[in-house]
Design a protein around this ligand. Structure first.
Ligand SMILES: NC(=O)c1ccc[n+]([C@@H]2O[C@H](COP(=O)([O-])OP(=O)(O)OC[C@H]3O[C@@H](n4cnc5c(N)ncnc54)[C@H](O)[C@@H]3O)[C@@H](O)[C@H]2O)c1
Length: 347
């Protein structure tokens, strides 16, 4: 792939989240949306009208277009694996919505296909690009918090019954999962990015207020490989609207909480090695532009650079797998009512 070439994108699954992909592609000078695929023809109309994209109801037909470089997968989560395998076999790079898949077996199939056909695979965990998240990651990388004792991760949001009733796949264990798999997986990804690999989890799940198969409230504890502990509390039952999304890290030389209704700000920033002025400036710089460049745009832009520079994308298939493994371990722990080991030690 020559540097500076315009990259041709396609989208499969033209529902809610596809809009963010299309918008991101439109905002990038070197990207173009040339094709879209959906089983429902009318879902593709806006992309035909606004982007001049060619519509397909059959993915196999769309994949015959040799001009397509990258396909964004925006279908229900239970379909990710089969579609990713098909797209990888057609030698197109993949931007894959979260969760990477619904099971570890499906996830391995996706990662293996990406390796077999030498294509780039990026998983959409866009919150990593939020300014406050980038700053906290730098703080941890520099070792400014010292030895970390524990962390808390909270997602107390509202998704009402109408949300789950929008489509038959929502809230099902096979195609969507509950609050952990669908919403909090973004926060679990961040928690792992900050804290490192998990070793063991213990969790309880419940479906309290929504009429759905999967969980609408979840609590769990994690022991990380480095010995630190973590707690996770997530729900979509909160009355009447989103309440809190936060991660707090407690270290021997500092305590940092990123939070708000979305985790966009430093709610608490107290680090031994940072002066009062440095602390104030850091808080203000985040407050001045809390969302930064939209996360989906960062992911798409990074994919273009990864192709041009022939490197891994910023959020890889293995990153997507780590977050998925944590969710699966939570579910298994709740089902068996016992602690579950992760990685080499268990799952
Ligand atoms: N990153 C984020 O912040 C974020 C936010 C919302 C959703 N998501 C993820 O995006 C995915 C889609 O969610 P959504 O809310 O956009 O769902 P949605 O129901 O609004 O859209 C899904 C679309 O896929 C189409 N579709 C279904 N099967 C298909 C097939 N075999 N081939 C082609 N098209 C098909 C449907 O017709 C529909 O238009 C899910 O994996 C979800 O977890 C991510």
């Amino acid at each position: 792939m020559k540097e500076g070439k315009e990259m041709n994108f396609a989208i499969v699954g033209c529902g809610f989240i596809s809009k963010k992909h299309a918008e991101a592609i439109k905002n990038l000078a070197n990207a173009k949306l040339v094709a879209v695929c959906d089983k429902v023809e009318s879902a593709m109309d806006p992309y035909v009208a606004q982007h001049g994209a060619k519509p397909y109801t059959e993915l196999s037909e769309m994949l015959e277009d040799n001009s397509i470089d990258v396909v964004c997968i925006c279908t229900p989560s239970g379909l990710h694996a089969a579609l990713a395998e098909q797209i990888a076999a057609a030698k197109k790079h993949i931007v894959l919505e979260k969760p990477i898949a619904m099971t570890i077996e499906e996830t391995n199939r996706i990662i293996n296909a990406s390796k077999k056909y030498s294509i780039k695979l990026a998983v959409v965990h866009p919150n990593r690009f939020r300014p406050v998240v980038q700053e906290l990651r730098k703080i941890i990388e520099k070792g400014l918090l010292g030895k970390i004792s524990h962390a808390t991760c909270i997602v107390n949001w509202n998704r009402n019954q109408e949300y789950y009733d929008q489509a038959p796949w929502r809230g099902t264990k096979e195609h969507d999962g509950g609050v952990l798999m669908n919403q909090a997986i973004h926060n679990l990804d961040l928690l792992l990015w900050f804290m490192g690999k998990p070793e063991e989890v213990y969790s309880m799940e419940a479906t309290r207020l929504r009429n759905m198969e999967a969980e609408d409230v979840s609590t769990g504890v994690i022991r990380f490989e480095n010995g630190a502990l973590g707690t996770v509390q997530a729900a979509t039952t909160v009355y009447p609207k989103n309440f809190e999304e936060s991660i707090t890290i407690f270290g021997e030389k500092g305590t940092v909480k990123i939070g708000g209704m979305n985790a966009l700000y430093f709610e608490h920033l107290d680090i031994k090695g940072l002066s009062e002025e440095e602390t104030r400036d850091l808080k203000l710089s985040v407050k001045a532009d809390p969302w930064g460049i939209p996360g989906h745009q960062c992911i798409i832009e990074d994919m273009i650079k990864a192709i041009e520079e022939d490197r891994q994308p910023a959020v890889t298939g293995d990153d997507g797998k780590q977050a998925l493994e944590l969710v699966v371990a939570f579910y298994k722990s709740a089902e068996k009512n016992q602690p579950i080991k992760i990685g080499n030690k268990g799952e």
